[in-house]
Design a protein around this ligand. Structure first.
Ligand SMILES: C[S@@+](CC[C@H](N)C(=O)[O-])C[C@H]1O[C@@H](n2cnc3c(N)ncnc32)[C@H](O)[C@@H]1O
Length: 230
C-alpha cells in the first residue's frame, strides 16, 4: 500500500470536524476527520461525478446564457464535466461550504480535473448551497447536488435539509421553467425515491458506474421542472 501523506486540513464551518487532503501517490483522497476515517472522495473514481455534470447540462446546453449551479466542489470533476457541455455564454456557479476545498482546487489538486476553476465561465460561492438556493428563486437552468454520500448516511447533518421535501421544493423553486435538478448518491435510496413520488415529482433514476464500465455503481436522480413538477 502506498503511503498516505497528509497535505492539508480544512475546518468545516459550523462543525467541529475538518476535512483532510491526502496525497496517496497515484491519487488524492479527501477524508473526514470524524474518527470513522470516512473517505469523502478519491481522485481515482469520478465516473458518476462526471455524469452528474454532463447529463443535466446536456439537457439545457442549447439555452442562450444558461446559468447552472453545482452544490459541492469536491475535486472539481462535476464542474469540469458540466463546463464541457455548456456554451461559451453560459455561467456556472459552484457553492462550496469549506473554503479550504476551494484553495486545494486552486493548488495541486486542481490538476486532476484540469483546473476547471480557471474557466472564465466558472465562479465560486463560498457557503451553503441550500442557503444560496433559498435566495435564488427562479434563477438556474440546472442544479446539480453532490454535497454528501446521499440522502442517508450524511457526513454533515445539516445536509439532511437538502433531501427532505422542503429541500427538494426549495431546489425546484430555484430553477427557471423547464430547468433540471439532479441529485447524486452513493447508492439507491428507496425512501428518497418514494419521497419524490409522494410529492408528485416525475424523475429519472439512473445507476452510473463509479469507474469504467463495471463494478460499483452510484445513483443519480434527475427531475425536470414543469414535467408535472412545479
Ligand atoms: C463528495 S464532494 C463533491 C464531489 C464533486 N462532485 C466532484 O466532482 O469532485 C462534496 C463536497 O460538498 C461540500 N459540501 C458539503 N456540504 C455542503 C453544503 N451544504 N453546501 C455546499 N457545499 C457543501 C464538501 O465540502 C465537499 O467539497
Amino acid at each position: 500500500m502506498k503511503p498516505q501523506i497528509l497535505i492539508d486540513t480544512a475546518p468545516i464551518p459550523g462543525s467541529t470536524d475538518e476535512l483532510h487532503l491526502l496525497d496517496c501517490g497515484d491519487k488524492f483522497v479527501i477524508k473526514l476527520s470524524d474518527g470513522r476515517g470516512g473517505e469523502l472522495m478519491s481522485s481515482r473514481m469520478h465516473g458518476s461525478e462526471d455524469a452528474l455534470g454532463k447529463l443535466p447540462c446536456r439537457k439545457i446546453a442549447e439555452r442562450k446564457g444558461a446559468l447552472a449551479l453545482i452544490g459541492g466542489l469536491g475535486m472539481g470533476f462535476t464542474l469540469a464535466a458540466a463546463l464541457g457541455e455548456l456554451q461559451e455564454d453560459a455561467q456556472l456557479v459552484v457553492a462550496e461550504l469549506v473554503p479550504g476545498v476551494v484553495r486545494w482546487n486552486q493548488g495541486p489538486l486542481g490538476e486532476k480535473a484540469g483546473y476547471p476553476l480557471e474557466d472564465p465561465r466558472a465562479s465560486v460561492h463560498e457557503g451553503d448551497v441550500m442557503e444560496l438556493m433559498r435566495n435564488s428563486a427562479g434563477s438556474f437552468d440546472a442544479i446539480m447536488l453532490d454535497v454528501d454520500n446521499g440522502p442517508s448516511g450524511l457526513t454533515h447533518l445539516d445536509n439532511s435539509l437538502l433531501y427532505n421535501a422542503a429541500g427538494v421544493r426549495c431546489a425546484l423553486d430555484a430553477l427557471r421553467p423547464a430547468g433540471v435538478l439532479a441529485y447524486w448518491s452513493a447508492g439507491p435510496d428507496e425512501r428518497f425515491s418514494n419521497r419524490l413520488l409522494a410529492m408528485g415529482i416525475a424523475m429519472e433514476e439512473l445507476q452510473v458506474y463509479a469507474h469504467g464500465k463495471k463494478g460499483t455503481r452510484h445513483t443519480i436522480w434527475m427531475v425536470r421542472k414543469n414535467d408535472g413538477n412545479k
